[in-house]
Structure formats: structure tokens, C-alpha cells
Design a protein. Structure first.
Ligand code: SAH
Ligand code: SF4
Length: 349
């Protein structure tokens, strides 16, 4: 069965024309999908014969939900999906007073292998196709619509390195931003990367001004080579240069992510190096307390150390926030539901 979202607008219109249907039916179908419809028969403004043809040829989504977890009294929900071919990925919906954010996956697994990250610990699976990324957003929209909410923000901070699946990620951003589908402004879409410099430069040329987040975690090569191994290929100074070129080109402030690992990158030396690296730049620093991952040597700093590090970085003239670690109690951070399911699968096999 072909997932309907894998067809472009013109491909779907061709399919409709072959069945004697006007092009505007495509827009009607997309409107239903954008509201999260998963049953072609429920698309009541389409002729019955067309609905039957859709059912015969297409699936509304290729994603199969296999597990969910809930945290923050229902404000955070995480879904593990199985993909065609058997790999699995996850997506997390976070509800706030003024917005609803989806944390989306771009790959099954991740080839970068950061030692503190649950996703990087399992063998790399495969790249997601653009429609598999968009389908995560459609599913979130379906869930949120049932609560009288709308999906307003998307962050590529689930499984995978989005810049290592560049074509599909850019295509999915265009689809999610399309006013005829989800209409989420690129400004409300964050692409987080471990730092593939050539792709950052390419993204700046796409005319889709997404917010760029750089997973920095270390301001000197010696440390970042260990924490984010791609640094050996693309050193930190060059990376910041590429990110600032992106900021200049798009007018978008870059977000720098810094996972706080006790005794590893939360010392006064790190705060000073970070200050020296980013001072005077169009930048915002997001400190993320480490979400514990089993079988890693890392620990989260205590509250006092987080506060002290934040103040030291602020003292260097940088904009800093500490990320809300929502979902921690129900393992909702990057990669962790997946890890639990993988472990239980390994235990039974
Ligand atoms: N691969 C991309 C996007 C997915 S990871 C990237 O690395 O940017 C999204 C963010 O979650 C990254 O900043 C990553 O460093 C962070 N992260 C990974 N594991 C984490 C953990 N155990 N605790 C807190 N943040 C983590
Ligand atoms: Fe991949 Fe990002 Fe995890 Fe690193 S932090 S292993 S780049 S998903």
C-alpha cells in the first residue's frame, strides 16, 4: 500500500485526473490529512467512488504506533512507531500554555555515536523518507486536534542526525510548512545538528528560514572530539563560523545546545571557553541537564552546579536559558523509550 503523503501535490493530482477527478480534490484530501484523518471513508465531502479508490490504492500513513508513554500528567506523550521494513522511531508531543511542540525523528538510529546519547548506542538503522517525517507531524496533529489544540512547533531533536538525511529533511520541512498541509512556519521549526558544516551552508541557500540549533556540548576540540565525534571532521571553530554565516544569511539567531555532564563540561574553564567562542555573536545558549542513560559514564550536575554554570556563562555576556527537562520521569528525552523497547526485545530474543 502506498502512503498517500509520499505523493507530491502534482503526483496526487495526476492520480485524480486519471480517475476523472478535478485537481481541487487534492486540496480537500490534504485538508483532511492535515486534521489528522486516518480513514479515507471519513472524508465525507469526497464522492463515494473516490473514497473507495483511495482506500484501494493508499494508506493514510505508513507509521504503526507500537508503544506510548505519558509524563507530566499528560502534558508530554511519546510514541514509538514501527516503520515499513521493521525499524522503529519515536516522536514526542509537548503541550504548553501557548504552544504545542513535536520532537520529531529524522533517522532510525544515528550514525554519529555521541557517547552520552541513547540513540547513538544502537546500530544505525536507516534514513527516514520525507513522508515518514511528515507523518509524525500529521499523527501529532491528529492527537492534538482531539484536545482542541494545534501543532505549532516542530523540533528535529528526536532520533537521528537531520543533516545526515538532508534531502528528506528539507523536503519534509517544505511539506510541513505548506499552507495547504500543516502550514507550520519554518521559523517555528528547529533543525538540530551535531555539525555537518557543508549541509549547514546548503541549508542557508534553501530559502526556508528554519531555526538552526547546534549541539555544541564542548567549546574546545579535544573535549568535543569525544562528546560529538563528528567534531574530528568538522572542528568547533569552523562549525561556529558556518552557523554564524547561516545566522547572517537568514537573520535567525542560532541556538547552541549544551548537555550538562557533571565534571566533564560544567566547569568554570568550560564556561569561559564557551564565552570566548560565542561572545558578540547572534547566538542563544540552551543548557540541557543530562538525562541519564544507562551504561554511560556520565551524570547530571546538581541544581547548584547548573545555576553556577549558567551564571558564569551569563557573566560572559551570552543569552542563556536552562531547558525544561520535561518528560524525564517517563524517559521522554532523545532516544530513551526506544532504548527501553530495544532492551526488552533483546531480553526476550
Ligand atoms: N542529532 C541531532 C538532533 C537529535 S539529538 C543533534 O545531536 O543535534 C537532540 C538533542 O538532544 C541534542 O542536542 C543532543 O545532544 C541532546 N541529547 C542527546 N542525548 C541526551 C541526553 N541523554 N540528555 C540530554 N540531552 C541529550
Ligand atoms: Fe546522533 Fe544527536 Fe544522539 Fe549525537 S546526540 S548520537 S548526533 S542523535
Amino acid at each position: 500500500m502506498i502512503p498517500i503523503v509520499s505523493l507530491s501535490a502534482s503526483e496526487l493530482e495526476t492520480w485524480l485526473a486519471e480517475r476523472g477527478q478535478p485537481a481541487y480534490r487534492r486540496k480537500q484530501i490534504w485538508t483532511w490529512l492535515a486534521r489528522g484523518a486516518t480513514d479515507f471513508n471519513a472524508m465525507v465531502d469526497l464522492p463515494a467512488s473516490l473514497r473507495a479508490a483511495l482506500v484501494a490504492d493508499f494508506s493514510a500513513t505508513s507509521l504503526r504506533p507500537v508503544a506510548t508513554s505519558v509524563a507530566d500528567r499528560g502534558l508530554t506523550t511519546k510514541t514509538l512507531f514501527e516503520l515499513d521494513g521493521g525499524h522503529s522511531i519515536e516522536a514526542v508531543v509537548m503541550r504548553y500554555a501557548d504552544r504545542s511542540t513535536l520532537c520529531i525523528s529524522s533517522q532510525a538510529g544515528c550514525p554519529i555515536g555521541c557517547p552520552f546519547c541513547a540513540t547513538g548506542k544502537f546500530p544505525f538503522g536507516r534514513n527516514l523518507k520525507a513522508h515518514e517525517i511528515v507523518e509524525q507531524a500529521l499523527d501529532a496533529e491528529r492527537v492534538l486536534a482531539g484536545e482542541g489544540r494545534r501543532l505549532s512547533h516542530v523540533v528535529f531533536m528526536g532520533m537521528g542526525e537531520p543533516m545526515a538525511n538532508y534531502g528528506a529533511v528539507v523536503e519534509s520541512v517544505r511539506r510541513m510548512a505548506d499552507p495547504e498541509l500543516l502550514g507550520i512556519s519554518p521559523r517555528r521549526i528547529v533543525v538540530s545538528t551535531s555539525g555537518l558544516i557543508p549541509r549547514i551552508a546548503q541549508l542557508g541557500e534553501e530559502k526556508i528560514p528554519v531555526t538552526l540549533a547546534i549541539s555544541l556540548h564542548g567549546a574546545r576540540d579535544e573535549l568535543r572530539d569525544v562528546l560529538v565525534p563528528i567534531n574530528r571532521k568538522y572542528p568547533v571553530r569552523d562549525l561556529v563560523g558556518a552557523a554564524q554565516a547561516y545566522a547572517q544569511k537568514t537573520g535567525r539567531r542560532v541556538s547552541y545546545e549544551w548537555v550538562l555532564l557533571a565534571g566533564v563540561n560544567d566547569t568554570p574553564r568550560d564556561a569561559h571557553e564557551l564565552g570566548a567562542l560565542l561572545r558578540g555573536k547572534l547566538a542563544h545558549v540552551n543548557l540541557i541537564p543530562f538525562n541519564p542513560v544507562e551504561d554511560t559514564p556520565y551524570h547530571a550536575p546538581d541544581r547548584a552546579s547548573i545555576k553556577a554554570f549558567k551564571e558564569l556563562v551569563e557573566g560572559q555576556g551570552l543569552n542563556v536559558t536552562v531547558r525544561d527537562t520535561r518528560g524525564r520521569e517517563a524517559d521522554a528525552a532523545c532516544g530513551q523509550l526506544h532504548e527501553r523497547v530495544m532492551r526488552s526485545r533483546m531480553a526476550v530474543s
